[in-house]
Write a protein that binds this ligand. Sequence first.
Ligand code: HAM
Length: 460
Amino acid sequence: MTSSNDKGAQQPDGRPSHGASTSIKAIKAVRGTRDLLPDQTPLWNRVEATARAVFARYGFGEIRTPVFEATELFARGVGEETDIVSKEMFTWEDRARAASEKAQSLTLRPESTAGVVRAYIEHKMGETGALQKLYYIGPQFRRERPQKGRYRQFWQIGAEVIGPPSSGAESPVRDAEVLEMLDAYLAELGVRGYRLELNSVGSAEDRALYNKALREALAPVKDKLCADNQRRAETNPLRVLDSKDEQDQEIINALPKIADFLSEESREHFAQVRAALDACGVKYHLNPRLVRGLDYYTRTTFEFTVDTGLGTQNALLGGGRYDGLSEMLGGPKAPGIGFAIGEDRLILVLQEQTRLDAETSGVPPSEEKLDVYVAPLGAAQNAAALALARELRCEGLSVEVGDGAFKLRKSFDIADKIARAIVLLGEDEVASGVLTVKTFASGEQVKVPRAELTGHLRSC
Ligand code: HAM
């Protein structure tokens, strides 16, 4: 809002003076991106810390790859015809800044598997002969239409198991282990009602046969499909299978099933994955239409879905095997399997669960509070309050310090909101070393000598 007084609130260089309301438009976060504020980040940190702890138990180490890569990496790895590469990437021509540099096309990573496999090749990780178990946590970028659970900058927690064939990277044990780890992780976080959808899309050869059959089956009915599916039927018929278009479902259900095109080897591999899951007691639902939106998948593909909190974006995570990806990127034979969890979606699910639990029990979710609020009773005690806070923090307590300018009522109000207890520091307290402490939960107010203060605050 502009008022006639606003002009007077500007500095000589035209910048607004502090606190002035001005006609200058405030800049907002870009559509599809968001700020995570301190009332949200504790849950994000818990989700990430639990991932690190669980993945470490399975022998995974962290890898951090750049957030931008050569565009060609995604074109070759993820596939030119996929939605991601054909319309969702943030790509720019990066001009050369010196004669020794070449201009090149760069892209903010829309996913991390291609970058991790690039790093595997670049650092010759296969030459150790060992199986590599790598995990990552970081932002990804896709220019999708933003909605609940779908952002243009979003976070993934992912992992990849990759190695030369001699390392056992191709073994169905690896597929089952990754799925069992995800089940353990979600259970440890307390996620309820998730469902593992499982399929095998076969080897590259099986898929080629299946694609041909799909094209043939789609040709006579193509005109009856929606515009999107007509395009997919031409460019990437597999993508027709995960279309949600209501009207097209009857045609899609009648299409040939991938299971009928699996070679003996692919069939056996999938049977062994399922047997290992059964042995571990991990439940799954076979979904022959689960083909996933990236081109690198072979054999096992999967998604975990949830009904709570995500609306139509109900895929909490997705992944699968990518046995030919390394070769597609110019590397050695290195079969692999991995997944990426949509961290934003996982957080939404956990928040919704907490809300439902509070609604059912009538008990509001408990808030994290600081151990103590130190309130100086006058400006003369400010320095002593800061010094006391410093000592308490060194002893491991979480502390906020007030301001001697605040009225006592105001100090109590703030303290009650953010801390479990308040310590009053007036002239007498500084002189005697005996402090007045009030604990909010019990309402108890007592005098405590400085030497006993930390112990008292810990116990209340
Ligand atoms: P993806 O299915 O494209 O797979 O993404 C994995 C998960 O990321 C999705 O299930 C979803 O939870 C989340 N996600 C995707 N797009 C968005 C978005 N715009 N906003 C919020 N969340 C989103 C991959 O990215 C593969 N790299 C997974 C993988 C790893 N496969 C093998 N290894």
